[in-house]
Design a protein around this ligand. Sequence first.
Ligand code: SF4
Length: 340
Amino acid sequence: MGRSEANDRARLLLARYLGQLAERGEREIYVSEEAARALREGLGAGCSAAAAVAGADAPAPSAEAPSRRERGAALKEGLRAVSSDGANGSTKARPAAVEAAAGEKEEPPAGSVTQTKQPKEPPTADRPEPEIVDVTLAFTTAGAAPDMFSGASPLETCKSMSDLEKIASTCESCELAGGRNSVVFGVGNASARLMFIGEAPGRDEDLQGIPFVGKAGQLLNKILDAAGIERDDVYIANIIKCRPPNNRTPLTSEIEACILYLAKQVEFIKPKIICTLGLPATQTLLGIRESMGSMRGKLYRSRDLRVIPTYHPAAALRDPKYKRPIWDDFLLIKREYERE
Ligand code: SF4
């Protein structure tokens, strides 16, 4: 069997498999980005890998090469499954990995992914403008609440990120110091245009001393990857630097004790966009005591800094209903990021 024929067969098997899953009512099907691209563009390179992913349930290869008509029908079915425009069956492609992260499962399959049945979603450029809310951020050192920085604080004399991290590493300003393995200061590009701010370190983060390395962090990585944003280009931190016992929500007193570290991080990094992940981070930064549902989907503007809140990735791991709004928020982040 020639290479072209083998590629056609692999593509056919994958297309059949996707079609079968779609017929069974599967709403999300995961294949590699490479395979999805091959399906759309008619390239064979990724199909063998994709067929291997699907292998356990894929039909056994037929001894005969598929006819042109058979290939066409199966591919059409498979392409409908991976199409970016499920409403009209168009095969116009968009990055498969984008769909991957939006459809991420709690235990994602290895390799992987793109979802087959796409929610209707206009291209990023055509999306409606979000509501813009002018705010005065409650935590910045340069902004609205200079009184937070009045009084003696060793942080006031701190002139660099490395000095700040050094101070934090021995901090005992709240009771969380007693139960930590690490001070989870932050990670990423110290000149990032985009900064993510989460809630607090979890078990994995506490053990490794790096934020967002557990399951939620892995999901964040995939969403970033799908959005075409390099994790190394952004900076990631939490509103508190030490793990609360049993991952409970940080107390107000703990946030108040720790928030100066974050304020100084923002001051040093000078991001253009901050994405807050979850309720405590969003309420703390915006100084707004509303639900995530009412705060997300908007763009908050404070001077030249924009804040885009979204649910914490851990929420999507607990309940798939949060996938869609998180992805919508990341489309907004991506658009603002590209405007910079
Ligand atoms: S959580 Fe923040 S304030 Fe509390 S001990 Fe850790 S670094 Fe210090």
